[in-house]
Design a protein around this ligand. Structure first.
Ligand code: COA
Length: 150
């Protein structure tokens, strides 16, 4: 499987949103045993949701919410059989691009410790000690977005 064949789109409409929820259900609720009442939260109503499609099949998702002068990325999930071929990085880069286009000065996220390297490779820096969220060790990470010069 090749991540180059994947395209990323912003969710528009209930059918696409259902696909995003389906992936999150597989990855977080079923695979990682995150309680449903924590996985689905009030930020979903106003977040920018994105989906990675491979040949019309939704294989990954993530979301971004505004925190004022920063954007917060979360719920980054790729279906297991599609991991390791660049889908996650495409989703992350797409959302960083969206944050930049919207004028945010930085992007933050709570990274699961097991995924910290994934975010380090995309330029994020760890900030502070590990903490637990939904029974999973996390660390706060940030990426500064310098103002564009053009
Ligand atoms: C974390 C996740 C989103 C990464 O998506 P992915 O499509 O597998 O990642 P990519 O293939 O785009 O990887 C990009 C780079 O990060 C590395 N990477 C990805 N996940 C990694 C991990 N868990 N640990 C270490 N490195 C990782 C890849 O090896 C690759 O490195 P390279 O550029 O040197 O080849 C995916 O594994 C996933 O959905 N995991 C389960 C849910 C989860 O943990 N979400 C994150 C919550 S914070």
């Amino acid at each position: 499987m090749n991540g180059d064949a994947v395209h990323i789109v912003a969710v528009a409409g209930p059918l696409a949103m259902e696909s995003a929820y389906r992936i999150r259900r597989h990855v977080f609720i079923e695979e990682q045993s995150v309680p449903e009442e924590i996985e689905l939260d009030s930020d979903d109503a106003h977040a920018l949701h994105v989906i990675a499609y491979a040949n019309d099949r939704a294989v990954g998702t993530a979301r971004m919410v505004s925190g004022g002068d920063y954007a917060k990325i979360g719920r980054m999930a790729v279906e297991r059989e599609w991991r390791g071929c660049g889908v996650g990085r495409r989703l992350l880069d797409f959302l960083i691009g969206q944050a930049r286009d919207r004028g945010y000065g930085r992007v933050v996220l709570n990274a699961q410790l097991q995924a910290e390297e994934f975010y380090l490779k995309a330029g994020f820096s760890p900030d502070g000690p590990p903490f637990e969220e939904a029974g999973i060790p996390h660390r706060f990470m940030r990426l500064e977005l310098p103002p564009q010069t053009s």
